[in-house]
Write a protein that binds this ligand. Sequence first.
Ligand code: ZN
Length: 177
Amino acid sequence: MEDEDECSAHETSVGVNESKEPPKNKMRKLKSSIWRHFKKIGRDKERVEKAMCRGCKKPYRISSTPGPNGKNYGTSHLKRHLTKCKKKVYFREKEKLKQALVKIPNRVCLNSDCWTASTSEEYLCLTAQYIDDNWKVVSKILNFFRMIPPHTGVESAATIYDCFKEWGVDRKVFSIT
Ligand SMILES: [Zn+2]
């Protein structure tokens, strides 16, 4: 699938896992998940161990007490960075998708699906489909938002239209299903 979906998909799966698992597993999971986004790159001149963010390639110190055993890593600053970094990646990818949608000469088909969560909250998922330069049908999720009841058809339509404007496709929409 496309790269831009990775972050949100990952976050969803983590959220689901967390609530179902006992605290011990949860801790291990959080710890290991950090290392999927950071890569240890060895020690610097001052013998302080460092890790690099896989997203933006920035190096961060990971050990406040450099020792031969390599333990006692602090990761809270890594987690803080990860949140900021993900946001940046999200906006960058969103901008990229926006540019792609603006450039395509063809019409865009939009699908809106209603989802009802187990908590009976309703969500609206907006997907854009278009034909790319290679004549392939591309499907991208544009927005996923919560519908706060009571929502009428008019309100829903207004929300969806605002969304099109945000993506710059309001004049390109061919069909909405
Ligand atoms: Zn980063």
